[in-house]
Design a protein around this ligand. Structure first.
Ligand code: PLP
Length: 394
């Protein structure tokens, strides 16, 4: 059997006619930059995420970069973030000339640990107070601990930029006067950054992204930065860039967005199946740790996307050998991420190799993502678990 890590054929085939109609509309309209398709998607995504406004951009990376530019964060500044994420998170910080401050992650969620953040913020307060923003990442489709993160942000008066590239539609149980209300990833900080890279839960046919915010003034600033800081046209009080989302991609995304909740549900069902199969195979906890949906136990979690499983990441001993074996058995799997951000070669000029971030380093050593895409079939999951069982029994 062949089980790819991600297979977009079925999802694309099911929507093919609708997508082609939407694309044709853009082609015939001759509006190829921004225009009504981008504006429509911005409204739809903002509404879906519970934010006041959306600003369609060229990628998730540019969503982060543009936000930092618009906050005028630059040389001499620092940004508090996680050492365990896709490179774009830290790349955006470095590209504006700022430096990252890393707080280690939580062992059970891979997300930034608010206790470690509190330590870094307290230390910064004793020193030069250079931390100017916080970028939590909602890794693999589960929100970081936003209750504690927003409390810290408020205490220190810092803007929070949610890197929700992997988590569009994921929900977090916000505690408010003793009652819980569920809020979507990206709608809790000053801004949320999404990516429409094809492997994300909502993917386009190329690159695309969006920033959402409920701060209408900042939304205007972001729109200005998206288009070279021009306001009005040809008058530049700020240095922005070309960060525009293509209307072709926006049109495709408007076709796909109404299906997103169903795709989340299918991913969640696939996670459930893995839990059953790994339990039957008696592999859970020893030797394999399955991803933990930490908010699943919160009140009324049932109807909510406490985890959207952009990736289903297990923790395993002899990870690299298992990966090799699964590839031989035609099972797609991948390591997210093999090298922590502070261990990246380009970071060494900042001496970050000296940092001790043991939880993130352990995750880089033993995490492995299994196929979880919505159309994955039960037989395929049975095969994946069979292969893993064979590997550990031989
Ligand atoms: C995918 C991703 C990005 C970057 O998004 P692109 O659209 O590929 O530029 C940023 N952060 C995280 C956590 C991501 O997973």
């Amino acid at each position: 059997m062949n089980v790819p890590l991600l297979d977009l054929h079925q999802q694309t085939a099911a929507l093919r006619d609708e997508i082609l109609r939407a694309v044709t509309e853009v082609v015939d309209s001759t509006t190829y930059i921004l225009g009504p398709k981008v504006a429509q998607l911005e409204q739809e995504v903002a509404q879906y995420c519970g934010a006041g406004a959306g600003i369609g951009v060229s990628s998730g990376t540019d969503a982060l970069l543009m936000t930092l530019m618009a906050l005028e964060i630059g040389p001499g500044d620092k940004v508090l973030t996680t050492p365990y994420s896709f490179f774009a998170t830290v790349g955006a910080i470095l590209r504006v000339g700022a430096l990252p401050v890393f707080a280690d992650v939580e062992d059970d969620t891979f997300n930034i640990d608010p206790n470690k953040m509190a330590e870094m913020l307290a230390a910064d307060q004793q020193g030069e107070r250079r931390i100017k923003a916080i970028i939590p990442v909602h890794l693999f489709g589960q929100c970081a601990n936003m209750g504690s993160i927003m409390a810290l942000a408020q205490q220190y008066g810092l803007p929070v930029i949610e890197d929700a590239a992997q988590a569009i539609g994921a929900e977090y149980p916000v505690l408010n006067n003793g009652s819980v209300h569920w809020q979507k990833a990206g709608s809790m900080g000053l801004v949320g950054c999404y990516s429409f890279f094809p492997s994300k839960n909502l993917g386009c046919l190329g690159d695309g992204g969006m920033v959402v915010t409920s701060d209408q003034t900042f939304a205007q600033t972001l729109r200005c930065y998206r288009n070279h800081g021009a306001q009005p046209k040809y008058y530049h009080s700020k240095i922005g860039g070309n960060f525009r989302l293509d209307p072709l991609q926006a049109a495709v995304l408007s076709v796909k967005l109404p299906h997103l909740e169903q795709w989340h549900k299918q991913r969640q069902a696939n996670s459930q199946v893995y839990h059953e199969l790994f339990a039957q195979a008696q592999l859970i906890d020893n030797p394999i740790r399955l991803p933990k949906a930490v908010y699943a136990a919160s009140p009324e979690a049932a109807g909510h996307n406490h985890h959207i499983y952009n990736q289903f990441v297990i923790r395993v001993p002899r990870r690299d050998a298992l990966r090799e074996y699964l590839h031989q058995q035609n099972v797609g799997c991948e390591v997210y991420y093999p090298v922590c951000l502070h261990k990246q070669e380009c970071m060494q000029q900042y001496g970050s190799n000296e940092l001790s971030l043991p939880i993130a380093e352990q995750a880089a050593h033993d995490s492995l993502a299994l196929p979880i895409f919505p159309e994955l079939r039960r037989e395929q999951q049975e095969y994946v678990v069979e292969c893993i069982a064979k590997f550990y029994r031989s």
